[in-house]
Write a protein that binds this ligand. Sequence first.
Ligand SMILES: NC(=O)c1ccc[n+]([C@@H]2O[C@H](COP(=O)([O-])OP(=O)(O)OC[C@H]3O[C@@H](n4cnc5c(N)ncnc54)[C@H](O)[C@@H]3O)[C@@H](O)[C@H]2O)c1
Length: 394
Amino acid sequence: MRNFNFNNFTDIRFGTDQIEAHLHDVLASYGQNVLLVYGGGSIKKNGLYERVMHQLPDLNVFELGGIAPNPKVTSIEAGQKMTKAHNIDVILSIGGGSVIDASKLIASAHYYDGKPWDLVLNTKIRQTLKQLPVVDILTLAATGSEMNKNSVISNPETHQKLGTSGPNSPVVSFLDPTLTYSVSKWQTAAGSIDILSHLTEQYFDQAENTDVQDGMMEGLMRTVIKWAPVALNEPDNYDARANLMWSSTMALNGLVRTGKENGWTVHGIEHELSAYYDVTHGMGLGVLTPRWMRFALNAQTEAKFARYGRNVWHLVGSDVAVAQAAIQATYDWIKALQAPTTLTALGIESNENFAVMAQSAVTLKHLDKVAYVPMTSDDVVALYQASMTTVGFE
Ligand SMILES: NC(=O)c1ccc[n+]([C@@H]2O[C@H](COP(=O)([O-])OP(=O)(O)OC[C@H]3O[C@@H](n4cnc5c(N)ncnc54)[C@H](O)[C@@H]3O)[C@@H](O)[C@H]2O)c1
């Protein structure tokens, strides 16, 4: 286990009716001027917007809607202008990971006079800046953005989708599972796959003997595997939505990454897919993960894959048999969520960009050094190529 520092100051308000009980006072404690950030407008259709505004009659609420999935840097620029123009005291972010990610970067950009993309390219600058407080109301269980410092921002002009980390996570996060009843089957599946991927990325890691973290992750993985199909079939099953929501937060609030090397191989490779083809993040991960597992299984890693098979999938048998069956079980679970199982099914018809995407993933994520099983750009091209068909899995 590596050395680590761990703290997380996000105040979680989990469950129903927390918005009515606390939202007003939480926001007012930071000031009168609120920037409300949201996405495509589903909050206006499902009544959440009215419900929130009803709580805030005495606050000055300015609105920035239209944050797109895979949020674009242009939205951050718009938010930066608004926070400065209206002397914003606190950001209220309502949505999934895209909206919360965008809000956290806007919160930093408020204290910066240059272009927000500078802060993505150079996280060190961002770390020296103050950050507006971000209060969020989570509407989709997936990313853990509600309790971490990360944002992932896209720049379509440069074909880049990059992670950036701020000094603070949201100050308060409202997690009401009932708000996720309206999440579509597609997004429920994508979010659940994202949660599982966050866990496998941290579980299969160069640091050894991290039993505290691995045991917690096995429990979280079993939870997602159990409840995602239930949420898909019964969208308003509270227990399913509650377990998915809390596992998404716990998977990426920093707790289980402690003491790890944190190679995050598949995310680096997926970010290139989203940057070039704007695919749904979780769906890209769902296609790549089983193929990456096949790549990563070797004599050195077999015992860890067998542990995954026994403790997560309840498989029995020899190490090699359990390891292979666990990878197939991962693929079958993703398929059963009605998720695409090939890049072709995600609309990627040609391999023309694979070489440049692979090179970028290896360079940005140092996949040749910190990955669980180091990868060259040729390995990544082969992974993209293997993800074009179901050969080996069907
Ligand atoms: N910050 C992090 O640590 C982190 C981790 C992983 C991924 N990400 C990033 O987060 C983004 C993905 O976020 P996401 O998976 O939460 O999805 P999202 O925020 O992009 O939302 C996906 C879609 O679901 C809709 N939606 C949201 N809530 C809904 C609801 N209650 N009912 C109906 N529709 C709803 C949105 O309008 C949107 O169209 C990607 O850019 C990804 O790279 C961030």
